[in-house]
Design a protein around this ligand. Structure first.
Ligand SMILES: [Zn+2]
Length: 266
């Protein structure tokens, strides 16, 4: 008998089907209870500039076939390469879109926020909304929600975000899955990260935050210890083309991360 729930987390797939098959081969041999995927199932870079919705959605078919035939419980959020429709077209009792949709993964409360502030040209207006912008000086603040300032490479960026206003109602939770990583002070992936998501994490201190979206500087695990002794483990899954997936073992008896390990696919 296993004492932990064994969850595999998979980052950006971008139609890398050979690697996805390798990942699910590993999953089928290692008594995995559920799979988390943080979006970017499609890949706009492989599409013509004038691709229509049907062509974009086509890219997702094979991935969801693999999800379905695995018979595993899948929790995912759409990324910035994924049209909003993937959140409804492929869902079932076992394939769950967690964008803006709180629920339970075993005894853990889980919720999700998909999308990101950068959207490929073919996907403009077709992804889940994610409104956040950073300005290096203040002007015209009147109708923007100001969430905070980050100093990056000696520049002050003033960051405005609808993320808190739109998604605060999803919290608290134990597990937060987002496509976009949280913007932590001093992070070197600031162009891809969200201060709004960081602020939600700071406010609600979930046990676990799992994100994708950044392909560089690759996978990343970090633990924030809060002043009240709670802690949040942040995992950035990077992209599946790094040939890595993550095994996250969660306690069955309490709300606790037992272990996180990186699995190399070969
Ligand atoms: Zn992305």
């Amino acid at each position: 008998m296993m004492y932990s729930y064994r969850i595999v987390a998979i980052g950006d797939i971008h139609v890398e089907l050979n690697l996805l098959n390798l990942a699910f081969e590993w999953i089928s041999k290692n008594s995995i209870d559920a799979v988390i995927q943080t979006g970017d199932i499609c890949n706009a870079r492989l599409l013509p500039k004038d691709a229509n919705l049907a062509q974009i959605l086509n890219q997702a078919d094979s991935t969801f076939d693999i999800f379905k035939s695995s018979n595993k419980l899948i929790n995912f959020v759409p990324g910035n390469h994924d049209p909003i429709e993937i959140g409804s077209k492929y869902v079932s009792d076992t394939i769950i879109n967690r964008h803006s949709n709180s629920g339970y993964l075993f005894n853990y409360k889980i919720t999700g926020i998909g999308g990101s502030h950068s959207v490929p040209s073919q996907l403009i207006g077709k992804t889940v909304p994610f409104i956040e912008s950073s300005l290096d000086h203040i002007y015209d603040l009147a109708d923007l929600d100001y969430v905070g300032k980050r100093i990056i490479d000696d520049f002050e960026y003033y960051i405005h975000s609808d993320i808190i206003k739109n998604y605060d109602y999803l919290f608290p939770c134990d597990i937060l899955i987002t496509h976009t990583p949280a913007l932590i002070e001093g992070a070197d992936y600031h162009n891809y990260a969200s201060l709004g998501i960081y602020k939600l994490i700071e406010r609600y201190q979930p046990l676990l935050h799992i994100s994708g979206h950044i392909h560089l500087p690759k996978t990343h695990i970090e633990k924030i210890e809060w002043e009240n002794k709670k802690a949040t483990t942040l995992i950035n899954l990077g992209s599946l083309d790094e040939k890595k997936i993550f095994l996250i073992e969660l306690s069955k008896n309490e709300i606790k991360v037992d272990e996180v390990s990186v699995i190399e696919l070969e």
